[in-house]
Design a protein around this ligand. Structure first.
Ligand code: THU
Length: 130
């Protein structure tokens, strides 16, 4: 998928976000190494802690469909700040894609791009385990 299309797919997911508690919608679009794209949004819960971020929704959809190799992810928010992934999502993304490209968007559609090592340096991963 073209970069702009991936960004548009993440942005479109903002309308699917279920965020009645934070009122902070997030959309994500995760591109697999074969070009398949899985989208996600945040899904909150009245008990608060069961809520899941947009990025992990997309990862769970992809992995549960047999995809484990990812090229890049676009993450959209409706804030003036660029929507960077939370710490838990950084670790979950690292499990499958230690060199992932991470495209973070703000409400104006402007982007800031990182690599996963930028966001999670000296990270722990499956390669550490015996
Ligand atoms: N959220 C995400 O979905 N992804 C992020 O990278 C940051 C935070 C969600 C979690 C919660 O539903 C809301 O945004 C406010 O934290």
């Amino acid at each position: 998928m073209e970069r702009e299309a991936l960004k548009a797919a993440a942005t479109a997911m903002l309308d699917k976000a279920y965020c009645p508690y934070s009122h902070f919608p997030v959309g994500a679009a995760l591109e697999c190494d074969d070009g398949t794209v899985y989208t996600g949004c945040n899904v909150e819960n009245a008990a608060y802690s069961p809520g899941i971020c947009a990025e992990r929704t997309a990862v769970a959809k992809a992995v549960s469909e047999g995809h484990r190799r990812f090229r890049r992810i676009a993450i959209a928010g409706r804030s003036t700040q660029f929507c960077t992934p939370c710490g838990v999502c950084r670790q979950v993304l690292r499990e499958f894609a230690p060199d992932l490209e991470v495209i973070c968007l703000n409400a104006a559609g402007e982007e800031r791009t990182y690599t996963l090592p930028d966001l999670l340096p000296d990270s722990f991963g499956p390669d550490f385990l015996p």
